[in-house]
Design a protein around this ligand. Structure first.
Ligand code: SAM
Ligand code: SF4
Length: 354
């Protein structure tokens, strides 16, 4: 298949850190007082769906095996993150993480690291149902499954594939395997699935899933995001209030991206991630590792730090840890989507890891 070559990912190296010297501390601190403890690891850029808000119908020019980090390389970097940099939470993502061969083995190796990180995965769920128990046994703690619609026709229109049944089965299997709370990620698109906001919430409540709506972000490979077309967090709340009473949840939000709302007085909740209209950058606790070994301090970074080159060049663990610390120290205050002159990153979401 010929993919669209979008120039992934010759991204400039991280800018020089702020002039202030970085305090001598092992943690991943930045110059705005934040500490990253949550690492998102993209294990592949490939995907078997083609969600319209993420990638074009013809797919992308996937990374070669030579570009991708091997299992040993990935484990070495994740071990550095948990042992030397204070990372406590790992989330596997992609692309579609389930497409990475022998992912259960990788999960088991991450779960064996010390200190043992909490371990979660974000997946589209295709093929997960028959693997859910193996993942739980390997040490996966939780799973987020993406589901934007419960209507088969809308699913096919939105993902360009007829796979709704697989995702619904994945959700049930995740619950049966004890990977709870099972979270559902949904993106609403104007004129496509916005009318399903209440259907999705009803479905989640009936099945005990925790639903979170994510505002659509300018991270699609085709650069087709349009502010005037995105459904805002406030619109999502209005859509839901047509059927449900929503009141702010008393639960402390901390560094979590989701605003939480009690549904009909609780205890059930729904989350809204208002990445664009109410950015939560000031409490961000994240660092990201791409499948080809680049560290990014933000989804919207236009620069990155190439750890693969260090790794393959023979650097020791402390040198790699220091490069990671330097990258985090240079993290910007926020994503600037709402500033004049905002430039969408060259890497699309699928090659960063959402
Ligand atoms: N393939 C997996 C999946 O879909 O769950 C993992 C990777 S995907 C990039 C991670 C999450 O990002 C999904 O929940 C997806 O809906 C979301 N996502 C993708 N593109 C997005 C965009 N442009 N704006 C907001 N969320 C997006
Ligand atoms: Fe694939 Fe996830 Fe992107 Fe959809 S959102 S195309 S499932 S990577």
């Amino acid at each position: 298949m010929t993919g669209v070559n979008l120039g992934i990912p010759r991204v400039p190296a991280e800018p020089t850190a702020p002039n202030r010297p970085r305090p001598d501390t092992p943690a991943l601190i930045d110059s705005f007082g934040r500490t990253a403890t949550d690492l998102r690891v993209s294990v592949t850029d490939k995907c078997n769906l083609r969600c319209t808000y993420c990638m074009p119908a013809e797919g992308l020019d996937w990374m070669s095996n030579q570009q991708l980090l091997g299992d040993d390389e990935l484990i070495r970097l994740i071990d550095i993150a948990v042992r030397l940099l204070g990372v406590t939470d790992i989330r596997l993502t992609g692309g579609e993480p389930l497409l990475r061969p022998r992912l259960e083995d990788l999960v088991a190796r991450i779960a064996a690291l010390r200190p043992r990180p909490r371990l979660a995965m974000t997946t589209n769920g295709i093929g997960f149902a028959k693997r859910a128990h193996a993942f739980a046994e390997a040490g996966l703690d939780r799973v987020n499954i993406s589901l934007d619609t419960i209507d088969p026709d809308t699913f096919e229109r939105l993902t360009r594939r007829d796979r709704l049944r697989h995702v619904l089965d994945a959700l049930t299997a995740a619950r049966d395997a004890g990977l709870e709370p099972v979270k559902v990620n949904a993106v609403l698109m104007r004129g496509i699935n916005e009318h399903e906001a209440t259907d999705l919430l009803r479905f989640a409540l009936e099945n005990g899933y925790h639903l979170r709506f994510i505002e659509q972000m300018p991270l699609d490979a085709q650069h087709g995001w349009n502010r005037s077309e995105m459904i805002t967090a406030d619109e999502i709340l209005d859509l839901l209030r047509a059927e449900f009473t929503l009141t702010p949840s008393p639960t402390e939000r901390g560094g979590a991206p989701a605003e939480r709302w009690l549904v009909n007085g609780g205890p059930e909740e729904v989350g809204i991630i208002p990445s664009v209209t109410r950015p939560f950058c000031s409490t961000c606790e994240r660092t990201r590792l791409t499948a080809d070994g680049a560290v990014r301090s933000c989804l919207f970074s236009t620069t990155e730090t190439d750890l693969r080159a260090l790794l393959r060049g023979g650097a020791d663990d402390e040198e790699i840890a220091n490069a990671w610390r330097g990258a985090m120290w240079g993290k910007l205050a926020g994503h600037e989507i709402n500033e004049a002159g905002f430039a969408q990153p060259i890497r699309p979401m699928s090659a960063i890891g959402g």
